[in-house]
Write a protein that binds this ligand. Structure first.
Ligand SMILES: *[C@@H]1O[C@H](CO)[C@@H](O)[C@H](O)[C@H]1NC(C)=O
Ligand SMILES: *[C@@H]1O[C@H](CO)[C@@H](O)[C@H](O)[C@H]1NC(C)=O
Ligand SMILES: *[C@@H]1O[C@H](CO)[C@@H](O)[C@H](O)[C@H]1NC(C)=O
Length: 379
């Protein structure tokens, strides 16, 4: 019932004047009394209305999803985010976004029974493309957003044509995604760091490392390695080389090297993976092969990496690396930025879910459809 309608009824019902009495003409005294009664009724009505509203607020909190008017932007409300499948079928406990990232108002779930009430659903590409029946079959609740999440490159992303006009938000490593999350990023330091990376020879006895698991002769990175290795020694580690020590990680191993080959498996816009960020984290200067130098410079200071395209040939690149080893002052040019930034490696997949949740909270009032998923992602 509308509150105005309800008030009118309340006042009419509470007044002592019957419709018949009201119609009686010429009785001034009775009119005055009627006004007094009406005024009293109004006060009572107002009090009643307030009480009623208070009652509505306290006792019968409506489900926000059923509210006819969306809440104003910025107003706090919890967002329910449903993870449709665990990426690559590996179960991981869902994070507490507030405790881990200071992101409030997130209810994360992987329970599909929550589908009808979820504000958004995250669908990871690999699982929905290997199984055509894997999308939700129930009608999409009004206002619910479907998020397409993918961190593989277009070369390893199949079946995009099936999802044109299906999703509302994209979440990838591409900077022009609706929800952008790179594999890593630099965080400006509040105070310049005096000794960010020890690069003296005894601490880094080795020159150049490459960790690779999927060796394929058709990849540009393997072709480049084959040419480079004629001029400089490369320690090949990982599944396709010398296995990493059992008790060590990539980062810990690479800490003993001056340089690291951060060669992407395929070359695409913004496709810069943990290979680069692991290298930076380990304090080894990355030698990159991936998108063009300008693309890397969107995320890194120009001197923080060495691009294979900076040199006309692998031979000249090899000579430059050997020169840097002999000339600490020259090498320092590639390390000076470390005083101003620290390196953050994105946490798969906890950070992804919490970042998505924050975006859904901020995008609450907006609607959007991705009509050309394939054209965009492969561009
Ligand atoms: C495809 O998905 C459906 C529903 O999610 C599931 O029941 C079925 O086992 C899946 N099939 C394969 C081959 O993964
Ligand atoms: C390994 O590389 C080949 C060639 O690029 C590719 O087709 C394949 O999907 C890759 N495998 C994995 C597990 O990444
Ligand atoms: C999400 O996309 C679907 C499919 O295009 C569309 O019908 C729906 O209105 C969109 N919802 C929102 C909240 O943007």
């Amino acid at each position: 019932m509308e509150i105005t309608q309800w008030l009118t009824q309340w006042v009419t019902g509470g007044s002592s004047t019957s419709p018949r009495a009201a119609k009686r003409p010429g009785l001034r005294r009775s009119k005055t009394r009627r006004v007094t009664v009406l005024r009293t009724s109004c006060f009572v009505a107002l009090g009643g209305a307030l009480f009623f509203l208070l009652g509505v607020c306290l006792l019968n909190l409506p489900d926000p999803r059923q509210q006819p008017f969306p809440l104003a932007e910025g107003e706090p409300r919890d967002v329910t985010l449903l993870l449709w499948t665990h990426p690559f079928g590996h179960y991981r406990r869902l994070p507490d976004c507030e405790a881990r990232f200071g992101i409030r108002g997130c209810v994360l779930t992987d329970d599909r029974r929550m589908y009808p009430g979820a504000d958004a659903i995250i669908m990871h590409h690999r699982e929905i493309t290997t199984n055509t029946t894997a999308l939700p079959s129930d009608p999409r609740p009004r206002g619910q957003k479907w998020i397409w999440m993918n961190f593989e490159s277009p070369s390893h992303t199949r079946g995009l044509w099936r999802f044109e006009g299906v999703f509302n938000l994209t979440m990838t490593y591409r900077a022009d995604s609706d929800i952008f999350l790179p594999y890593g990023y630099l965080v400006p330091r509040f105070r310049p760091h005096a000794n960010a990376a020890p690069h003296t020879h005894p601490r880094r006895p080795h020159l150049l490392a490459w960790v690779i698991s999927n060796w394929s002769e058709s990849q540009a990175r393997v072709a480049y390695y084959r040419r480079l290795v004629n001029y400089v020694g490369v320690d090949v580690l990982g599944r396709a080389g010398v296995p990493l020590p059992e008790d060590s990680t990539v980062v810990r191993t690479v800490r003993r090297y001056l340089f690291y080959l951060a060669l992407e498996n395929s070359q695409h816009t913004d496709y810069i993976t943990e290979k680069l960020w692991n290298s930076l984290l380990a304090g080894a200067v990355p030698v990159v092969l991936g998108p063009p130098r300008e693309n890397y410079e969107r995320f890194l200071p120009p001197e923080a990496f060495i691009h294979v395209d900076d040199f006309p040939s692998p031979r000249l690149l090899a000579q430059y690396l050997l020169l840097l080893r002999r000339s600490p002052a020259l090498l320092q040019r590639h390390l000076a930025w470390r005083r101003s930034y620290s390196v953050h490696l994105t946490a798969f997949w906890a950070e992804h879910y919490c970042t998505a949740c924050r975006a859904v909270r901020n995008h609450r009032l907006r609607t959007n459809t991705i009509p050309n998923l394939q054209r965009w992602f492969e561009s």
